[in-house]
Design a binder for this molecule. Structure first.
Ligand code: GAP
Length: 458
């Protein structure tokens, strides 16, 4: 099966629930809309996505350093960044029966796509007549709605104590530019990478963990001499596309799409999105923007601190331009899940599996005794205890061997090891491959090095 064409979001949601990857948040109280809790395998999978990101953008390069800034920032940050003024979506509400709220720009796009209508903002056409997609009711006039979550710092909730939950991790990087320049002994071109939670009071969250109000971002702000910005923009687009492909996303499910002028964020002079063919259609996975010198200049103006760079060799002084590859950890995890999901029929029996790249798989090897007697469980348990210090492993002795394999297939475990009668005689085990179902016999002492070799090659 070609995964993204036939994989419905319902199947992904069902598997995530069945196998404990992701649950509805606060389920016992009826759930909190569009918020999710990650269970054991979900935590491990997302953690692997983030580790692979760190590996690619920091460990395997020498021009990017790590940062972990606080979620709560000085409120003037958001004045400087433009978020107080410009981080808004146009909100319309149904005045008919259902009273639902919608993003006017999304309704407009949908109307243009569905009806082949011209976008009146691009010509002298009449304004599009929009109505509520749910009940057909009339819609209110659009109102600009700020997406930042507001809270208060300290015991008194007055105007002077307002702080915001950061809507992007990026600003924590910009305000630390000087610190990093000084302490990491870097000079442009260099980058700062950060992973962390971000919060947006989205009007229309949805599609499972694709768009939520609390999510994790993986962002790099890469500072470059202004004249080199286009070259580095291209570099990061190639790097980031390559990362998704190397981790197993099929190339025909990925594309780069350049933003039109009307789509650009308030800070960007050029942005391309890496899009993935999700079950609901092509949608943004990661944005790669050329932010120019917008952010550093703004923070310089508002804070009064100099945020430029002086090249000691040439004496040149400039505010660096910024190339920003900005990805969502939850959204990336969803794309890996959708892409890996497969169903097939083997000798009349249906199996569901996640063909995850072994580096991303929550568990690398399942160790199973063929039957629960004749010393097989003890031997398998010893083997598991030996393996788990070297890679995430699981021991499973409950239920028939077929059922246990199906369980490992569904959580994406790439290799299964079975301890059977022959093991007791010659110290060999069966090594099963999740994707090909090939089974080979291997000596116990060769097992761990063989699995490590396969993992390194993945
Ligand atoms: N600093 C730039 C920035 O935040 P963005 O395009 O708004 O740019 C970057 O967000 C990435 O963060 C998106 O490509 C997406 O992967 C993720 N993201 C944004 N909003 C999200 C949401 N509500 N839920 C889940 N992920 C989100």
């Amino acid at each position: 099966m070609a995964p993204t064409e036939a994989t419905s979001m319902d199947k992904i949601v069902a598997l995530c629930k069945r196998r404990g990857f992701v649950f509805q948040s606060s389920e016992i109280y009826g759930g909190l809309a569009s918020t999710y809790d990650y269970g054991h395998y979900g935590v491990l999978l997302k953690s692997n996505v983030k580790s692979e990101w760190w590996r690619a953008v920091v460990q395997e390069r020498d021009d990017v350093v790590a940062l972990d800034a606080a979620i709560l920032m000085h409120p003037r940050t958001w004045e400087a960044s433009g978020h107080l003024e410009g981080f808004t979506d146009p909100l319309v509400q149904c005045l008919g029966k259902c009273k639902k709220r919608w993003r006017e720009d999304h309704l407009r796009e949908a109307a243009i796509t569905a009806g082949g209508a011209e976008d009146p903002s691009e010509g002298d056409g009449l304004p599009l007549e929009l109505s509520c997609p749910e009940c057909g009711g009339e819609l209110s006039e659009p109102r600009q709605f700020n997406l930042m979550f507001e809270t208060h710092m300290g015991p008194v909730a007055d105007e002077g104590s307002v702080v915001y939950l950061r809507p992007e991790t990026a600003q924590g990087i910009f305000v630390n530019f000087k610190n990093v320049l000084q302490f990491a002994r870097k000079k442009p071109p260099f980058g700062i990478a950060q992973v962390g939670k971000a919060f947006r009071n989205e009007i229309t969250p949805g599609n499972f963990i694709f768009r939520t109000r609390e999510f994790e971002q993986m962002e790099i702000e890469y500072f470059v001499p202004p004249h080199d910005a286009p070259k580095w923009h291209m570099h990061w687009m190639e790097e980031r596309m390559g990362w998704y492909e190397r981790l197993g996303i099929r190339p025909d499910g990925l594309r780069l799409r350049e933003h039109g002028p009307e789509e650009l964020s308030h800070y960007s002079s050029a942005t391309s999105d890496i899009e993935y063919l999700f079950p609901m259609g092509w949608s943004e996975l990661e944005g790669i923007a050329n932010r120019g010198d917008f952010d550093l200049t703004q923070h310089q103006n508002v804070s009064g601190e100099k945020l430029d760079y002086v090249d000691t060799a040439t004496g040149e002084r400039y505010v660096p331009y910024v190339i920003e590859p900005s990805a969502g950890a939850d959204r990336a995890m969803l794309a890996f899940l959708v892409d890996a999901y497969d169903e097939e029929e083997i000798e009349g029996r249906r199996r569901t599996l996640l063909r995850l790249n072994p580096r991303l798989a929550p568990v690398k090897v399942g160790v199973l005794p063929l039957v629960n007697r004749e010393g097989m469980p003890e031997l398998a348990r010893d083997l598991y205890e030996d393996l788990r210090g070297r890679m995430p492993a699981e021991y499973d002795a409950g239920g028939s061997i077929g059922k246990r394999y199906r369980r490992q297939d569904e959580i994406g475990t790439p290799w299964g090891v079975t301890v059977d009668g022959q093991t007791l005689e010659d110290n060999t085990v069966t090594l099963r491959d999740r994707d090909t179902l090939d089974q080979t016999r291997i000596a116990i002492e060769e097992l761990a090095p063989e699995l490590e070799r396969r993992l390194a090659a993945a």
